[in-house]
Design a protein around this ligand. Structure first.
Ligand SMILES: *[C@@H]1O[C@H](CO)[C@@H](O)[C@H](O)[C@H]1NC(C)=O
Ligand SMILES: *[C@@H]1O[C@H](CO)[C@@H](O)[C@H](O)[C@H]1NC(C)=O
Length: 318
């Protein structure tokens, strides 16, 4: 309960004395938690504290959908993702400390949610975006649940039974980034989230998405080497399974990022980013979201908290 007092700014650290006196502060950071977690969980707070040790004085903001932690956890399974991202965008726009831009870290599904923020809103703008074990080209199976997690199991059963129904596509979070390469027509016709932010639906490409996405400084895509939660794990790198009629029976083939249609036709600005050397592929050893220090620390050191020099402002009183 103690942690709830930190709401809604789950993690805020005052600028260090040094940073203030020199007018230099680390760029702020936005975190967005993954499936089955909440914005002020012990894990999130601890991660924030570790980051603050790497970048003393950094301001960290943890996105929430519901302030109540249990409700927030539930919202990682149930809800309309487009509405959730819109709410997050409003929230971010309200935080004074973020107004000059920020770096962002998305855990698992929140990686594609933060990418959506960049493509659709990006006011204030994201500088570097790091996504850990995300599902940028969707998933071909609904992630398995922890045995005790009944909320997850109910959502999973519902999603598996009719993933492309209107109800699932507007109420079950994981269904909204489910992409079955053998049923692409159903996906393109019914998916209201992933197919849209990937500009995959013919004749409805939104040029704003590509324009905004290509403004990222660096996009850091982290794949977990032993990930069996994300199917296929290469989705973290914009990979997907090839349709089975294009593969040898019994084998699975991954279409890598640079061979995806959305890359080749540069529908979202990914190719532009990549050609400028701004897409960084990283692998962390371990299962899904096994965030060892070897995994996160070098990334946080390099891509988070770059120094921002505030322009001095003067007010003349007449
Ligand atoms: C943003 O701020 C406005 C004005 O204070 C408030 O009405 C609104 O609820 C806030 N939105 C979010 C998502 O925090
Ligand atoms: C494209 O996306 C932007 C940002 O979400 C939105 O404001 C605009 O209405 C969209 N344009 C079309 C044609 O849908």
């Amino acid at each position: 309960m103690r942690l709830l007092k930190l709401l809604p700014l789950a993690l805020t650290v005052l600028p260090s004395v040094l940073g203030v006196s020199l007018g230099v502060t680390p760029r702020p950071l936005v975190l967005w938690h993954g499936m089955g977690d909440s914005h002020a969980s012990r894990a999130m707070v601890e991660f924030g504290e570790l980051i603050a040790k790497v970048h003393p004085g950094i301001f960290i903001y943890s996105v929430y959908i519901e302030e109540d932690q249990e409700q927030d956890r539930r919202a990682s399974f149930y809800g309309n993702v487009n509405e959730q991202v819109e709410f997050a965008a409003e929230q971010i726009a309200n935080v004074t400390e973020l107004q000059d831009g920020f770096d962002a870290i998305g855990f698992s599904q929140a990686g594609q949610f933060l990418r959506t923020y960049v493509e659709r809103y990006n006011m204030p703008p994201v500088h570097n975006l790091i996504t850990f074990g995300s599902q940028h080209m969707g998933i071909s199976d609904i992630p398995a649940c922890k045995p005790w997690d009944l909320v997850c199991q109910a959502a999973r059963r519902a999603a598996k039974s009719s993933v492309y129904s209107h109800w699932a596509q507007t109420n079950l979070v994981q269904a909204q980034y489910y992409r079955d390469p053998d049923r692409l027509e159903a996906y393109l016709a019914n998916n209201k989230f992933l197919a849209d932010i990937n500009n995959e639906i013919p004749d409805t490409h939104n040029a704003t998405y590509a324009k905004n996405f290509a403004t990222l400084n660096k996009l850091v895509l982290v794949l977990f080497s032993k990930d069996i939660t994300v199917v296929p794990k290469e989705s973290a790198w914009f990979g997907s399974y090839a349709p089975s009629d294009e593969t040898i029976p019994g084998e699975t083939t991954i279409i890598p990022m640079r061979m995806q249609e959305i890359y080749i036709h540069d529908t979202i600005g990914l190719k532009r980013l990549d050609e400028e050397g701004d897409v960084i592929f990283k692998t962390c050893e371990g299962v899904h979201m096994q965030l060892t220090e070897d995994c996160w620390r070098p990334l946080v050191k390099e891509f988070v908290g770059g120094a921002v020099r505030k322009t001095p402002s003067f007010r003349i009183q007449i």
